[in-house]
Design a protein. Structure first.
Length: 212
């Protein structure tokens, strides 16, 4: 992997998922936090800097996936709450947030110029949860040969991210010691399906060794 043609995909590394007091805490995530921090540092260390893109949940009270509205999940990552923020290990320095709203001409161009670009979403699937994803995703991948994917939850939002990224050109590498499932069996099923689709399962250490 060459730093100049690699991007990191940081999926939903937010407090409500990764901290014990979080509204939708993923117990298996405790073991991956050091690796999330290491990957974040790898992106920033050396030259050129590796671009970090990805998603964050930004929910509102009326969102369909929330239990009060008949959805499967308790309210989490609600707009403006501490749980919606990214954890310290992956906290961005100069983030650009792509909201789920219409943008005037030129606004998206400015946002896409950042080194840390996150798509806010109100659904598990980034292509559904933000009206801009279908437009910005190809642009975020311009000149990219390798996408390194990590975050939570393995069988939910990471799986949706892999599906959204498959077939777009770059090789996909999921960092298996930097993802965490809610359901271990379903997480393993996802990993097997990804491998069958040509996705590489890799470790944080292997990413560090491969970058040049």
């Amino acid at each position: 992997m060459q730093r100049a043609t690699t991007c990191f995909w940081d999926g939903d590394t937010q407090r409500d998922f990764l901290e014990p007091a979080g509204a939708l805490y993923v117990p298996a995530s405790e073991r991956i936090i050091p690796n999330l921090g290491r990957l974040t540092r790898l992106a920033r260390a050396g030259a050129p800097r590796i671009r970090v893109v990805g998603t964050v949940c930004r929910h509102f009270a009326g969102d369909a996936e929330l239990a009060p509205n008949g959805g499967p999940y308790p309210p989490h990552c609600l707009d403006g709450t501490p749980g919606q923020r990214k954890i310290d290990a992956t906290a961005p320095v100069a983030p650009r947030w792509i909201e789920n709203r219409a943008y005037a001409r030129g606004e998206l161009d400015e946002l896409l110029g950042g080194e840390e670009v996150f798509i806010e979403k109100q659904d598990l699937d980034p292509l559904i949860g933000n009206r801009n994803t279908a437009v910005v995703l190809p642009r975020l991948l311009e000149g990219v040969d390798d996408v390194v994917i990590y975050g939570v939850v393995t069988e939910i939002c990471i799986d949706r991210a892999v599906r959204a990224l498959l077939g777009r050109g770059p090789s996909l590498h999921v960092v298996r010691d930097a993802i965490a499932p809610l359901d271990e069996a379903r997480g393993r099923e996802c990993e097997q399906r990804w491998q069958a689709a040509g996705v590489e399962l890799i470790t944080t250490e292997a990413v560090a060794r491969a970058l040049r």
